[in-house]
Design a protein around this ligand. Structure first.
Ligand SMILES: *Cc1c(COP(=O)(O)O)cnc(C)c1O
Length: 559
C-alpha cells in the first residue's frame, strides 16, 4: 500500500507521528512541509492530490488545523475524492459510499492516537460496489462533465449555455451520424489546454518561434504515436481538418489543371475530392468514377479501364458514404499500371483501420489522409500519413504552403486519442462498431427497406427510403429527429432526387458503440427506425419512440 501524506504548519507534528506509525504497514511518501514555519496549505494539498490523481499512490492523507481547507484544495483535482473525517465511523462510510481516496484530518479536532485509528479504518475499508452506491459515485464524476467548464457560468454564461445545451443533447439523443463520435474526457482536457497559447510555425526542433520545447514534445508524441498506430513511415499531424489534409497532398504532388480521378460527391465521395463548388474542383481537372449501378459497389476492373484511359496524376479512393470494404491492394495494382499516385482518404474508417476491423491502406498507399474525429473518436482535425520519400514535400505543403501556426492543443488531443487506440480498453471497440452496424442494418432491411449495396461491411449503412416507402431522405431524417434518433439525409448512387431532398439516409454506429451499446440495443433502435419511417406522418409514433429512446440512453451514459 502506498500513502502520500502532507500538512501545513498546523499539522506537522501529527503528520510526523502518523508517517512514523504507518511506515510499518505501508510505503509512506511525505510531501512536506518539514518545519513549523508558516506555509500555504493549498501547496501541500496539491502535492498529495497530484500523487493520487496520477495513480502513483493508493491513498492521500492531509492535515491542517480543521482539515477543511485541505479537503477543498484536494478536491479541485480530477479523480480525487477528499473527505474530512473526525470519527472512524465517518472514515468507514466515506470509503464505502463515496469511494474517498484522500483523508483530511483536523489536528485541533482529534488526538494523535485517534487520528491513527481513523487512518487505519479508512485504508482498511473497501469501496462498496453495490449498484446504488456505484450509481451515485458515477454521478459525482458525471457532474464533472459540466464542471470542466463551470468557470464559464460566471465568466461567460452565454457560451456556457451553449455547452450545456450540447451536453444535454448528447445525453438525450441516439446519435447515428456516421461521421461523428464522442471524444474522451482526456482528449477534451488536452484540447482545452494551455498548449493553445503557443505559436509554433514549423516542425518539432525547427520552429520559427522561441519557447517551443513543450509543444515540440506534444507534437513529437502525436507524430510518433500516429506512425506506430498505423505503421506509417511519416505523419504530419498539423492539418486543421480533413479537407486541409487532402489539400496538403494535392499541393505536395500536382499542379493546377492536373487530373485527379476520384469518387464524386453524389456517389459517396467527399466535397474535397473534386466537387465543383470546392477548391479541389476549381483548381484541378476532376474525372469522377462511380460504383457499379447494379451492385452499388466499387468495380475495380471498370476503375482500371477508366484509369488506363484517363491516366490521372492521382487516383483517390475513400469515401464519406460507402458501406463496403475497399480493396487497397487491388487499387495499388491499378495505380502501378496507370502510373498514378495512390491516395486514400480514410477519414470515415480510420478507427476501423486502427482497431483492425478494416484492412489498412497504409502499406499500399503513397498518401493516406484522415480526420481524427470520426470513427477514430478524437478531436476535430486532420492528418496525413505518407511514405518516407514524400515526407519533405508533404511537410512543406502544409507549412509554409497552406497554414501558419498549428493548433498544438488539438495536436496534443490527437496524441491522446492515438494512445487510447493502443490501450487495452479499446480492444474490440472497432469490431463491435461493425457488428452493431450489421445487426441494425439487418433489422431495418428485414422490415422491408432497401439497403444500398444490400448491406454493410463497416460502420455505416444507407437506406433507400424513396424506393422503399416513397419518402425523401429529408422527410425521413426530420421524422427520426422528432423521435430522438439523429441521422442525416444522404444521396444514394445515381440519386434521382436533388442533394437537398435525397433518396436516402445514412446511419452509423460509432457513437452509440462508444456509449457501450451492443447488439440488443441495435435491434431496438433498428426497429424504432422502421416504426417511425413506416408511419412517417404519425406524430404519436414519434413521441412513443422518443420516450422509449430516452429510457434506453439513460442506461448508456456519454463518456
Ligand atoms: C469528413 C471527411 C473529410 C474531411 O472533413 P473536414 O470536415 O474537412 O474535417 C474528408 N474526406 C472524407 C472522405 C470525409 O468523410
Amino acid at each position: 500500500m502506498k500513502i502520500a501524506i502532507g500538512s501545513d504548519h498546523g499539522g506537522v507534528e501529527l503528520k510526523a507521528f502518523l508517517a512514523k506509525e504507518l511506515a510499518s504497514s505501508a510505503s509512506v511518501f511525505d510531501k512536506g512541509p518539514e518545519g513549523r514555519e508558516s506555509c500555504d496549505y493549498p501547496d501541500y494539498a496539491a502535492a498529495v492530490a497530484k500523487e493520487v490523481a496520477s495513480g502513483s499512490v493508493d491513498f492521500g492523507v492531509l492535515i491542517c488545523r480543521s482539515g477543511i481547507g485541505m479537503a477543498m484544495a484536494a478536491n479541485r483535482f480530477q479523480n480525487v475524492r477528499a473527505a474530512m473525517c473526525a470519527t472512524t465511523e465517518a472514515a468507514t462510510l466515506t470509503r464505502q459510499h463515496n469511494g474517498a481516496n484522500v483523508l483530511c484530518l483536523g489536528a485541533d479536532t482529534v488526538s494523535a492516537v485517534y487520528a491513527l485509528e481513523i487512518v487505519k479504518a479508512f485504508v482498511a475499508t473497501p469501496v462498496d460496489m453495490d449498484e446504488r452506491h456505484a450509481r451515485r459515485r458515477w454521478k459525482l464524476e458525471r457532474a464533472e462533465r459540466l464542471s470542466d467548464c463551470s468557470g464559464l457560468m460566471r465568466d461567460d454564461p452565454e457560451v456556457f449555455a451553449a455547452i450545456e445545451a450540447q451536453t444535454r443533447q448528447e445525453d438525450a439523443e441516439i446519435n447515428l451520424i456516421a461521421s461523428e463520435n464522442t471524444s474522451s474526457r482526456a482528449c477534451r482536457e488536452a484540447a482545452g489546454s494551455v498548449l493553445m497559447n503557443k505559436y509554433a510555425e514549423g516542425y518539432p526542433g525547427k520552429r520559427w518561434y522561441s519557447g517551443c520545447l513543450p509543444v515540440d514534445a506534444a507534437e513529437e508524441l502525436a507524430r510518433r504515436r500516429a506512425c506506430a498506430l498505423f505503421g506509417a513511415d511519416h505523419a504530419n499531424v498539423q492539418p486543421h481538418c480533413g479537407s486541409a489534409a487532402n489539400m496538403a497532398v494535392y499541393f505536395a504532388t500536382i499542379k493546377p489543371g492536373d487530373t485527379i480521378m476520384s469518387m464524386s460527391l453524389d456517389q459517396g465521395g467527399h466535397l474535397s475530392h473534386g466537387s465543383s463548388v470546392n477548391f479541389s474542383g476549381k483548381i484541378y481537372n476532376i474525372v469522377p468514377y462511380t460504383v457499379d449501378p447494379q451492385t452499388e459497389m466499387l468495380d475495380y476492373d471498370a476503375m482500371e479501364r477508366q484509369a488506363m484511359e484517363v491516366r490521372p496524376k492521382i487516383l483517390l479512393t475513400g469515401a464519406s458514404a460507402y458501406p463496403r470494404t475497399i480493396d487497397f491492394s487491388r487499387i495499388r495494382e491499378i495505380c502501378d499500371k496507370c502510373g498514378a499516385i495512390m491516395m486514400v482518404d480514410m477519414a470515415h474508417i480510420a478507427g476501423l483501420v486502427a482497431g483492425g476491423a478494416h484492412p489498412s491502406p497504409v502499406p499500399y498507399a503513397d498518401f493516406v489522409t484522415t480526420t481524427t474525429h470520426k470513427t477514430l473518436g478524437g478531436p476535430r482535425g486532420g492528418m496525413v500519413l505518407c511514405k518516407e520519400k514524400w515526407a519533405k514535400a508533404l511537410d512543406s505543403a502544409v507549412f509554409p504552403g497552406m497554414q501558419g501556426g498549428p493548433l498544438e492543443n488539438i495536436i496534443a488531443a490527437k496524441a491522446v486519442v492515438f494512445r487510447e487506440w493502443m490501450c487495452e480498453a479499446k480492444k474490440g471497440y472497432a469490431q463491435q462498431v461493425v457488428k452493431n452496424c450489421a445487426v441494425m442494418c439487418k433489422t431495418v432491411q428485414d422490415r422491408g427497406y432497401r439497403i444500398v449495396s444490400g448491406g454493410t461491411d463497416n460502420h455505416l449503412f444507407l437506406v433507400d427510403v424513396k424506393k422503399s416507402k416513397g419518402i425523401t431522405g429529408k422527410e425521413a431524417a426530420a421524422a427520426l429527429d422528432a423521435a430522438g434518433i439523429i441521422v442525416n439525409k444522404n444521396t444514394i448512387p445515381f440519386d434521382t432526387e436533388s442533394p437537398f431532398k435525397t433518396s436516402g439516409i445514412r446511419v452509423g454506429t460509432a457513437s452509440a458503440t462508444t456509449r457501450g451499446m451492443k447488439e440488443p440495443e441495435m435491434i431496438r433502435i433498428g426497429t424504432w427506425i422502421a416504426d417511425v419511417l413506416d408511419n412517417i406522418a404519425d406524430e404519436s409514433v414519434q413521441a412513443r419512440v422518443k420516450a422509449e429512446a430516452a429510457k434506453l440512453v439513460a442506461g448508456f451514459p456519454v463518456p
